[in-house]
Structures are given as structure tokens and as C-alpha cells.
Design a protein around this ligand. Sequence first.
Ligand SMILES: [Zn+2]
Length: 213
Amino acid sequence: MALSDIAEQLEKSDPALARYNRQMLWEPIGIAGQKKLKAARVLMVGCGALGTVLANTLARAGVGHLTIIDRDFIEINNLQRQVLFDQQDIADQLPKAVAAKKKIGQINSDVQVDAVVADVNHTNILNYAGGCDLLLDGTDNFETRFLINDVSIKLNIPWVYGACISAMGLAMVIRPGITPCLRCVFETVPPPGMNPTCDTAGVLGPTVNIVAS
Ligand SMILES: [Zn+2]
């Protein structure tokens, strides 16, 4: 389809879609893709460095429903890279999930956000993951990543692994039955404390943005 035809169709489409005009002009998305994004449900486990970039990007892109789970509160050393938070959130002593929901409401109020201030574990993850189209890893530990992996396989929902430290990062898309999963890559869960963390080795904002994007 010619770009001018796409632009004409966009003019006539639902006015609620107008804010997505620039990404709908990209043919692989178009109007049909935008409607799919609006209908999509995404579970984000963890809302720190990776999680805030993920949530920001998905909300602006028009993903219809986000469940954001994080048990932590915002600290001053988070602001260097956690793009959804600001000094006022710290003054208000907001949990990360609650601050993220508030900020997303200001960015795109069409997105439904469930903010859950909790620890994700084997007793509750199925409740949050059921019915989702995608699971996203915004965690900082292998224990939770293996949990996400196993739920992904069990419920046949794709997930995206992401990790960064210092100036390095990596991401992996896992599609059950199509790609290898995390257990294919790591046969056992690396024990806690074996790997350096952002608390010991630091992390740069650009690294986080590249990995999450
Ligand atoms: Zn596997």
C-alpha cells in the first residue's frame, strides 16, 4: 500500500488512534497493528530501571492493559536511570508500582494500569500472568526470571528476558515451543551473590534504555 493511502486511511480512522499516527504510518503496524496493541495485556514483573523504560515505551505505544508488579519504594539513586520517577514521588513516599501508574495516567490515560505492590513468587504469579499476551522481565534476579520462564512455558505466553549491569546488557525473546527457553540456556539457577549486581558494579542509564527498548 502506498504511504499516501495509509495516511488517508489514518485520517478516517478512529480519532482515539490519532496519537499513534506516526507509528501507524509504519506499514507493519498500520491501523490493524495499533488495534492489536490496544487489545493487548502485558505483565511487567519489576518496575526499576528496565521496568520504567518498558512501561513508558508500551504506554506511549498504546498497549491497552499493563499490570505492573513491584514491591519497592523509590530512592534518590534510582532517578539516574528510572525514567518514570521524579523527586516528588520520593517526597510523596510512593511505591514504584503506584508512581508508575500515576505517571502513565499523565502520559496516556487510555492505558489501563493495575499497580501491584507485592513480591512476585510461585504462589501468586499465575494469577497475574493468566490471560496476558506477553510477560516482561524487569527484575534483577535469576530466581524470579526462572519463575517467569516456567509460567511462560506452562501458559504458552512469550516473555522477554532483559538484564544490564555497568555498560553491558542483554535481552532474549522466549517464545514457548519456538525458541529455546531460559532453562535451555542455564541448566540451573545461578546462586544469589554469585554474579555482580548494579548495587556493586553500577549501571548506566543508556545501557538500561538500549536493553529495555
Ligand atoms: Zn527450554
